[in-house]
Design a protein around this ligand. Sequence first.
Ligand SMILES: [Zn+2]
Ligand SMILES: [Zn+2]
Length: 313
Amino acid sequence: MSGETLHIHFLGTAGALPTPQRNPPCIMIRRGSDTLLFDCGEGAQQQMMRARCGFTINAIFITHWHADHFLGVFGLVQTMSFNGRTEPLTIYGPEWVHEFVKTLRQVARFNLKFPMESVELNPGSWVRFDGYTITAFGVNHGIPSLGFVLEEDSRPGRFNREMAIALGVPPGPLFGRLQRGEPVMAGSGDDRREVRPEQVMGRKRPGRKIVYTGDTRAIPFENLEIAHDADILIHDATYDESETARAAEFFHATAGQAGEAASALSARALALVHISSRYTDNTAHLSDAQKKYGGTILAPNDLDMIEITFRDE
Ligand SMILES: [Zn+2]
Ligand SMILES: [Zn+2]
């Protein structure tokens, strides 16, 4: 459906080490009745409870196999089983996802009550959902690692009611047929003629787009067509600019580099995540990113939630 709500819950915004304020990486995206997890760090279940999201997860996407991004899956799967889940759960991730799910099955001594599948994704792989697509792209983190783009299908253009009436189409069922893309016959006698949808429908409108990099060094995003023009870019911002060398050494990005990426990609907003445990406030991160990017910049705390609205509303 075109009018679904779209929310991002920042359940975990820490880097590799949690802090008393920040949990390991976990981003929940809820679109309509779908709930997807992107990374599932340790403590994700309690964060889901605090966010009052429930445990009805449709799919889990893991960016890479560093423990801060996946340890929460073990407990979450057990809880889902305790709760009587019967729907299949698919875990998507880069290579080793099959080994991960196999290991989980082997070491977990509980009776898994629902089918659990693993699907390996590579850069360019995509997964289709009802009304949107998740596409994986490659990032630079020293091991096989993915970022993800959630992109909604484009929406039909606006219906020009006045034009339809002027062309002789009476308000009523014929309007609906035109809106569904069907030509209709209007007028009567000698004046009877076909009215085509393109005469009364505006241009298609883009759906909403969310880009999540997972962990990555600064990468030359301008060639990454799929990630352009997002409503929000959620980018690794482990360090501030004073640690640029360290960021490169450990395959992470600085807040300034996240800002550069947001500019290169023409993102409409930027969220800085994966904040190193060395920082107790994010003032430097925000000002570093502001020097490189003029759009809206967020440095979310754990449990912050934002709604992504349609651009023309
Ligand atoms: Zn990490
Ligand atoms: Zn990592």
